[in-house]
Design a protein around this ligand. Sequence first.
Ligand SMILES: [Fe+2]
Length: 230
Amino acid sequence: MGAAATVAALPSFAQETSMNAPKVLRSAFAATHTPKPLRFDPAKLAGLSEKLIRSHWENNYIGSVKTLNVIEGRLASAMQDKDFPPIAYGGLKREELHRVGSVILHEHYFDNLGGDGKPGGEVAKALAQVYGSVAAWEAEFRRTAMSLAGGSGWCVLSLNAATGELRNQWAWDHMHGAVGGLPLLVLDMYEHSYHMDYGSAAAKYLDAFLANVDWNIVDQRFQHARRLTA
Ligand SMILES: [Fe+2]
């Protein structure tokens, strides 16, 4: 696939929130996505084993990065074939959306781990304002997350660029999510994110996740999202 095009410098939400975005716009179907390293020592999380984190990162996250590149390569080829069946093209576009969502959400998920789990910064003040208290926000976050237990999906605290609202969003899969939602805190509720350590005890996984949240990252995302939506 072609190299990334130098169309324009793009100061993006992703760049300022420690995601894996290039500094220039990437060519369509470039198939050049690369895995982002973990920003913490996976052996040092409380209540989440190194084996679990490494398996999740290597198999689920990197698997999606690789598959996204494969799909982009197939889309590039299909673009050159004027007789490519629309139904088959739709299948590729669906998988493209699925894998883009998986890559973005997993990068947010791993990036918001590695902290002490203590909410702070401007985002904590905002949560207290919007929900009445940080404890009330956490209770609603937990209820949203547990509504996905035993199935699959994501629980995402987001600031919506269209409505300006700070909300916990329920997402059944990588393609779900409120339009305009900028992710601040991302929780993976697919069973692959906890079954190795906790079996089906999703509530214990949720406790462990919250104890490891890096609220400095969440606050950086919030402050940047506020600037974008001001
Ligand atoms: Fe996952």
